[in-house]
Ligand binder design. Structure first.
Ligand code: ADP
Length: 595
């Protein structure tokens, strides 16, 4: 990512042009908003002229005609106001609609893009930061699309039209006003730059703070166990204060900008009016003309003031847009191939798997390989246990199979097809995983199991739950399958969570099953239920299990022993115990087996 300061210099208003693809589908609405805008601006510009006619012809003093004129001009004035009211309401409606619509689209697009990112992205980007971009940054864009664009257009029209009418009214006075305006533009440009940079800084501060807050909120039990509440809230406060400081610098710069703009503009107008008043006294100008001139000058001054505000807003939004576009431009290193291959017709008893010379190191640790020169062939229907000390690379191996990361060297073949040649969804749909720590979503039991396959019927879900030995305990929950689980619902025990995970995997019915056994001990009853659920799950498919239990390793076809990212021994439990190598010592420690 670029540094904030550098990119803030470049995040000029032209960044906003990159929002165009999001505006494109709504051309018709923009056109309608534009028409309403132009009508409203014309009506505004007509008011001073109607005013002048009223003063000069209505109050102009030549007796009989005036009463009729007054009626007419008052009627016309009211007509203009009515048009103005309708056009303004229409503009407000259209433009607000566009703002909300486009923001909703951007939010969805960014979210849809973020959820396709590989784990690598989430290692370097905190989820709180992404959330802040989805909320704070998109709100800024909403203000631009929803109000600033229309404000800008309206005021450019008013400024242009007002200037033309000023010159028509009095060339000399207008020339003087124009000169004064040129003097006003310089400080606006100068401070505008400063505001733009400060705005991005302040958004960055907020994103930092929310990233930190979300991390801490996810770790509340730890925070409280270590009595870090005070420390954490102080840390958050100091970040918020720093954001406040940056925001204050921006606000000071903008206050100054507003003050200078108003003083200069009104100074110029008062001066010109003073000249105009003398012209009326001398008789070179009528009272109506001066009135008209005053009103046009007020419109022009108002439009300049509004434009400077809008410019500030737009600059903040340019910073926000830039940050969102950075997110959207983030390309996941793990992609489906352009022309994916199909998996061959599925064999009856699961998939075959070939790992050829895998070499992998995590992007954050280029020097220490997590897997080195790892090769392994697994037959269809085989059950293989992977064991080894912590850090041996067992979990990494699973991540390779799911293509959460790609190896730097080597190949993985699923049913003879290189997994990088498969569509990512085809690959991942062929794999069921039962992780060590099951994520339970805030939804009912039915939906939590249905996560395994979105289209599954209730009957299929219940069937999977039965096979996974989860049906009985779910039935006993207060509302059965409708019971709410997760953070705001029923808390499940470790064994129950695992059986939910197994039910999910069974529902998917994948040819390849990856099990990561829980390290924490279960009570005897849960242990028995989980084991029987796993046995059911392994039938008719190839299974790879990271094993921590004697019951599991005794039952598998082969045991693969890993250390330092390599396979050091392969065999059955009995063979490996007899060999008296790494497995034998691990087994003695982990399973209490003494060879
Ligand atoms: P195991 O599952 O056998 O305990 P892992 O596959 O989790 O081992 O880890 C293998 C090695 O890779 C370890 O040295 C670990 O520190 C490292 N590692 C695991 N995950 C990451 C990661 N996301 N980023 C960097 N290094 C990692």
């Amino acid at each position: 990512m670029t540094t904030p300061t550098e990119s803030a210099q470049k995040a000029s208003l032209s960044t906003l042009a990159e929002l165009l693809p999001f505006l494109k589908p709504y051309g018709r609405q923009f056109l309608l908003a534009g028409i309403a805008l132009i009508v409203a601006a014309c009506a505004t510009l007509a008011v001073p002229y109607a005013f002048k006619q009223m003063i000069d012809l209505g109050f102009g003093g030549n007796g009989i005609k005036s009463a009729a004129h007054i009626d007419l001009y008052f009627l016309a004035l009211f007509g203009v106001a009515t048009v103005l009211a309708i056009a303004t309401a229409a503009r407000f409606y259209m433009v607000s609609w566009l703002g909300e619509r486009v923001t909703a689209d951007i939010r969805s697009a960014v979210y849809a893009h973020v959820v396709t990112q590989s784990p690598q992205f989430f290692e370097t980007t905190q989820s709180g930061e992404v959330l802040s971009r989805l909320t704070t940054d998109t709100t800024l864009i909403q203000s631009v699309v929803g109000t600033s664009i229309s404000m800008a257009l309206r005021n450019v029209l008013l400024f242009g039209g007002g200037m033309v009418m000023l010159f028509i009214t009095s060339v000399k006075l207008s020339a003087i006003i124009l000169l004064a305006l040129l003097v006003v533009v310089l400080p606006i440009v100068f401070f505008g730059r400063r505001v733009r940079k400060l705005s991005r800084d302040s958004q960055d501060r907020i994103a930092d703070a929310s990233a930190m807050a979300s991390e801490i909120l996810n770790a509340m039990p730890t925070v409280q166990a270590f009595t870090h509440e005070k420390i954490e809230s102080n840390r958050f406060t100091s970040m918020i204060e720093s954001a406040f400081g940056t925001a204050m610098r921006r606000i000071r710069a903008r206050s100054l900008l507003t003050m200078i703009a108003i003083v200069l503009v009104f100074g110029a107008i008062v001066f010109v009016l003073w000249l105009g008043a003398h012209a009326v006294i001398k008789g070179t100008m009528t009272g109506g003309e001066l009135g008209q001139f005053i009103l046009y000058a007020a419109i022009v001054a108002g439009s300049i003031g509004a434009l400077s505000e809008v410019l500030g807003e737009a600059q903040r939004a340019a910073g926000a847009t830039e940050r969102l576009l950075e997110l959207l431009a983030e390309e996941s290193p793990i992609q489906s191939p352009a022309v994916p291959k199909a998996l061959p017709q599925q064999a009856q008893n699961g998939a075959t798997l070939e790992l050829k010379n895998l070499v992998f190191h995590y992007p954050s640790r280029p020097l220490s390989p997590a897997l080195s020169q790892l090769s392994l062939n697994i037959r269809a229907g085989e059950t293989v246990a992977v064991v080894g000390p912590s850090g041996a690379g067992k979990t990494t191996l699973f991540q390779m199979l799911l293509r959460l990361y790609d190896p730097q060297q080597g190949q993985i073949l699923l049913d003879g097809v290189d997994i990088t040649e498969l569509d990512l969804h085809v690959l991942r749909n062929a794999i069921g995983i039962v992780p060590q720590d099951t994520v339970i979503f805030s939804a009912n039991a039915m939906e939590n199991i249905r996560y395994g396959r979105a289209g599954a019927t209730d009957a299929e879900v219940i069937e999977a739950a039965r096979l996974a030995a989860a049906h009985e305990f779910i039935e006993r929950l207060p509302e059965g399958y409708q019971s709410f689980l997760g953070e705001r619902g029923v808390r499940l025990s470790g064994g129950q969570r695992q059986r939910i995970a197994i039910a999910r995997a069974l529902l998917k019915n994948p040819p390849l099953l990856l099990l990561d056994e829980a390290t924490s001990a279960l009570d005897a009853e849960s242990e028995r239920l989980v084991q029987s659920a796993l046995e059911a799950a392994m039938v008719g498919r190839t299974t790879l299990v990271i094993a921590h239990r004697l019951a599991t390793v005794k039952r598998v076809d082969r045991i693969v022993v890993m250390e330092h990212g390599q396979i050091v021994e392969i065999g059955t439990h009995a063979e490996l115990v007899a060999k008296n190598g790494l497995y034998a010592s691990l087994a003695a420690l982990q399973f209490g087996v003494h060879g």
